[in-house]
Design a protein around this ligand. Structure first.
Ligand SMILES: *Cc1c(COP(=O)(O)O)cnc(C)c1O
Length: 367
């Protein structure tokens, strides 16, 4: 079976882990500080805070910008559930708006009508690895005095108008889960350039304890600390990041060439002045397709190719989120996407031979 994703781990990561295990310092320590410095260099943000996972990163980001119970947070319904769950964890009220047809990211044209007196922030997601429309989103935020959070879990190393993800909004969050573009199994990062936001985030990561002041507590905090074991893996992964990104983009380009002329699928489109990190390579079946999306997935599985749906249902249809499905909004683009998207294997070690086989199999299935 050709998997849809595969972590890219080498001997360097293994050596780094052995070294830190032997050092005796395995909780959050000096190697995590080093990782955070390297991460600010990557993104161009002033600060970076490493945490346990991407969901914790989002929760921390929302807390740090001051989301409090009852605050409304505008976001997309076409994302991983963590985006909305983190809003709930911070006490916020998710307000969903529809997505853009080309990028599957939140549609900035739909945001304004969702803004009320209670709105405090917009959480945009860079779905599949392509940055959202931050110029338009940031302009709206300025007009209504809102914070903008970038859920960059899927878009590390992508850029938007010559700036990297993680440096496009007030605060951004990343995930290093096993399927993400770089990984340490489980991990996350929050980036920002505002000192007050940074200070609140640092407290929240460690029980409200100010650095260097043990057993002093300023408000409720969590334990969202990462371990130096994870941090050294991530530092090795960061060294490979440009190579990983280039390889993913090269694979996507080959797929685009192969599928470009098929009437039954739409290939991913990348908007001007941004790059796509291709966390996922996602096709959308058109009305001209003779196979349904689910028939295509089954066909591929039978031919030893894993294909997945990201995401099979809009968040407002999930039980605990149903009550946030506002009648003032309609979601025709999301409704269509959940029924027609399919993601196919993309990872640095996907061989040329396997890629050709995937292309041939898909073309055969659809013709
Ligand atoms: C993976 C992911 C998250 C959550 O990250 P975890 O590390 O799994 O907690 C959040 N948002 C998006 C868009 C993701 O893809």
């Amino acid at each position: 079976m050709i998997p849809i994703s595969k972590p890219y781990i080498g001997q360097q990561e293994i050596n780094a882990v052995v070294k830190v295990l032997r050092s005796g310092q395995i909780a959050q320590g000096p190697r995590t500080v080093e990782l955070e410095k390297k991460f600010t260099k990557l993104c161009g943000s002033k600060y970076a805070i490493a945490v346990t996972n991407g969901t914790a990163a989002l929760h921390l980001a929302l807390h740090a910008i001051g989301i409090r119970p009852g605050d409304e947070v505008v976001t997309t319904p076409f994302t991983f559930i963590a985006t909305a769950n983190a809003i709930l964890m911070a006490g916020g009220v998710p307000v969903f708006v529809d997505i853009d047809e080309e990028t599957y990211n939140i549609d900035p044209k739909q945001i304004e009508k969702a803004i009320t007196k209670k709105t405090k922030a917009i959480v945009a997601v860079d779905l599949y690895g392509q940055p959202a429309d931050y110029q338009e989103i940031n302009a709206l935020a300025k007009k209504y005095q809102l914070y903008v959070v970038e859920d960059a879990a899927q878009s590390i190393n992508a850029d938007y108008k010559n700036k990297k993800t993680g440096n496009l909004t007030d605060v951004a969050s990343f995930s290093f889960y096993a399927t993400k573009n770089i990984t340490c199994g489980e991990g996350g990062m929050v980036t920002m350039s505002n000192r007050e936001v940074y200070d609140r985030a640092v407290l929240f990561r460690n029980h409200g304890m100010p650095p260097g002041k043990r057993y002093t507590y300023i408000g409720l905090g969590y334990n969202y600390r990462i371990s130096d074991i994870m941090s050294v893996i991530l530092m090795e992964q960061l060294k490979r990041l440009d190579k990983i990104t280039a390889k993913r983009q090269a694979i996507a380009e080959q797929y685009n060439k192969a599928f470009n002329t098929l009437k039954s699928v739409k290939i991913p489109s990348v908007k001007k002045k941004r790059s796509h990190g291709y966390h996922q390579y996602t096709l959308q079946l058109t009305e001209q397709s003779s196979l349904s999306r689910d028939q295509l997935i089954n066909y591929l599985l039978k031919h030893d190719i894993q294909a997945n749906i990201y995401y099979p249902q809009p968040l407002y249809e999930i039980d605990h989120l149903k009550k946030f499905n506002s009648k003032a909004q309609s979601f025709p683009v999301t409704e269509k996407a959940v029924k027609s998207v399919v993601s196919i294997p993309i990872y640095p070690e996907l061989s040329a031979k396997d890629q050709l086989y995937i292309q041939k199999t898909i073309i055969k299935a659809l013709s």
